[in-house]
Design a protein around this ligand. Structure first.
Ligand SMILES: NC(=O)c1ccc[n+]([C@@H]2O[C@H](COP(=O)([O-])OP(=O)(O)OC[C@H]3O[C@@H](n4cnc5c(N)ncnc54)[C@H](O)[C@@H]3O)[C@@H](O)[C@H]2O)c1
Length: 364
C-alpha cells in the first residue's frame, strides 16, 4: 500500500517554528514555499536577495515568511535571532553558492560557508530547546576522483576549488561539533544533506546553465553553450528540497540518524549531457535556440560527480522520483509560464509542489 507522506509531513511541520538560512536563494525560496504549504511558521535569515529577478520576490515569499536581513558571519546577531525565535527546526542553506564566484571571492566564500556553519553550530552548543537541524552542503564536498559508480557517504571529502573546499571544511566542522558537543545534548538532532546541481524554475543565478539560457531565451535570443558534452546528474530542485524536509522529519523521529550525512541525488543511473537537456527543454519550449562558442571561459570545476543514494533509500526510505524528462519539463514549464503566460510564480510553484507531492507519494 502506498503511504501518504504528506499527511505525516503536515502533522510534523504544522504550526512548527522553522528557521531557514538562505531563504531568499533559489533552493531556500522553494523550501520556504514547501514548508509553508505544510503549515510551518517560518523565519528566514539571509544576507541579501542573490539574483534579479528572484523566485523570492516573484513568488511573494516575503509575504508568507518573516524575513531578517542578516549576515551569517555575525555570530552575536545570529545567536540573538535564533534564541529569540526558538525554532523547532533549522535548515541551514546560507552560503556563497557559486564555484565561479568562489574563485573571485575566496575569502567571502570561506567565511560564509565554513564560519557561517560554525556560527550555527556554536549557537546550538548552548541551545536549550528541542530542535532538529539539517545542514545543506553539496555533492562537491566529496574528493573528486572521477568515480563512476557514485559517491557514498563513507567516501573521502576534499573539494578543490574554493567553493567545494569550503563545503568539505564545513562538514569537518559539523562532525567535530557533533562529536565534541552536540552528541551529548539530548535536545539536538542534526544531519547533513548532500545534493548535487539542481535545476528548476526560479533560478536566475549567474554562471549556471539554465539561468544563463533563460536570460537569453526570455528575450528570444540565441544562447551560447559552454560545454554541450558535459554530463551532470540533473535533478529538479523539488527533489532536493522535499528530500531535506523528508530527512528533517525522519531525524526528528529517530535518534539513530543523529550526526549522519545523506546523499540526495537523482534517480537516473545515466548522467545526461547538457545537449540532451536542451533538446528536451526545446521540445516543451520550441522557440529556444542555442549554439556552441569557440572561446570558452575556463575555471576548474569537478567533471563528474554522481551520488550513490542507497543509504537514503535504506535508512530514510527516500528516493528521487522524477525522471530526466519530467525534470526538464517542470523546469521549462515554469519559466515559460512566467515569461510568456504572465502567470504568478507562486501559483506555478504551488501547482508544481502539489503535482510533485502526488508523484512522490505514488512512487516513494
Ligand atoms: N543550487 C544548487 O544546484 C546547489 C547544489 C548543491 C548544493 N547547494 C547548496 O544549497 C544551498 C542553497 O543554494 P542556492 O542555489 O539556493 O544558493 P543561492 O545563491 O541562490 O542563495 C544563497 C542564499 O544564501 C544567502 N547568503 C549567502 N551568503 C550569506 C551570508 N554571509 N549570510 C547570510 N546569508 C547568506 C543568500 O542571501 C541567499 O539567500 C547552498 O548552501 C548551496 O551551497 C546548491
Amino acid at each position: 500500500m502506498k503511504r501518504n507522506h504528506t499527511k505525516i509531513l503536515k502533522k510534523i511541520f504544522k504550526s512548527k517554528k522553522v528557521l531557514i538560512t538562505g531563504h531568499t536563494g533559489f533552493k531556500g525560496s522553494w523550501l520556504s514555499l514547501c514548508l509553508r504549504y505544510l503549515g510551518a511558521n517560518i523565519l528566514g535569515i539571509s544576507k541579501n536577495i542573490p539574483s534579479s529577478p528572484s523566485n523570492f520576490l516573484t513568488s511573494n515569499i516575503d509575504k508568507i515568511v518573516k524575513s531578517k536581513t542578516l549576515d551569517i558571519k555575525k555570530i552575536d546577531k545570529i545567536k540573538v535571532e535564533i534564541n529569540k525565535f526558538q525554532p523547532d527546526f533549522i535548515f541551514h542553506l546560507a552560503a556563497q553558492s557559486l564555484v565561479g564566484v568562489s574563485y573571485e571571492k575566496p575569502l567571502i566564500t570561506w567565511n560564509s560557508n565554513l564560519m557561517g556553519t560554525v556560527n550555527i553550530l556554536e549557537t546550538l552548543k548552548e541551545f536549550k530547546k528541542r530542535v532538529t537541524v539539517v545542514i545543506i552542503t553539496s555533492d562537491k564536498s566529496y574528493k573528486n576522483v572521477e568515480k563512476k559508480s557514485g559517491y557514498k557517504e563513507t567516501d573521502l571529502l576534499g573539494g578543490e576549488d574554493p567553493y567545494s573546499a569550503s563545503k568539505s571544511a564545513a562538514e569537518i566542522a559539523i562532525n567535530s561539533y557533533f562529536n565534541s558537543f552536540l552528541k551529548k545534548k539530548k535536545n539536538i538532532t542534526i544531519g547533513i544533506a548532500r545534493a548535487g546541481n539542481v535545476i528548476g524554475g526560479g533560478d536566475w543565478s549567474r554562471d549556471r546553465l539554465i539561468p544563463d539560457c533563460i536570460r537569453s531565451w526570455s528575450k528570444k535570443r540565441k544562447v551560447e553553450i559552454r560545454n554541450p558534452n558535459s554530463t551532470r546528474p540533473w535533478q529538479h530542485v523539488l527533489e532536493a528540497v522535499w528530500g531535506y524536509v523528508f530527512f528533517a522529519h525522519k531525524l526528528k523521529l529517530s535518534n539513530k540518524l543523529n550526526g549522519q550525512a545523506f546523499n540526495f541525488g537523482p534517480k537516473s543511473k545515466k548522467n545526461y549531457k547538457v545537449s540532451e537537456l536542451l533538446n528536451v527543454i526545446q521540445s516543451y519550449w520550441p522557440d529556444v535556440r542555442y549554439h556552441y562558442p569557440k572561446n570558452r571561459k575556463k575555471f576548474n570545476e569537478s567533471k563528474l560527480l554522481k551520488l550513490n543514494c542507497s543509504k537514503a533509500k535504506k535508512l530514510l526510505k527516500w528516493e528521487s522520483v522524477l525522471n530526466f524528462n519530467e525534470t526538464a519539463k517542470l523546469t521549462a514549464d515554469w519559466y515559460y509560464s512566467y515569461y510568456f503566460k504572465n502567470k504568478r510564480t507562486q501559483a506555478i510553484s504551488l501547482d508544481q509542489i502539489k503535482n510533485f507531492e502526488k508523484i512522490f507519494n505514488q512512487r516513494n
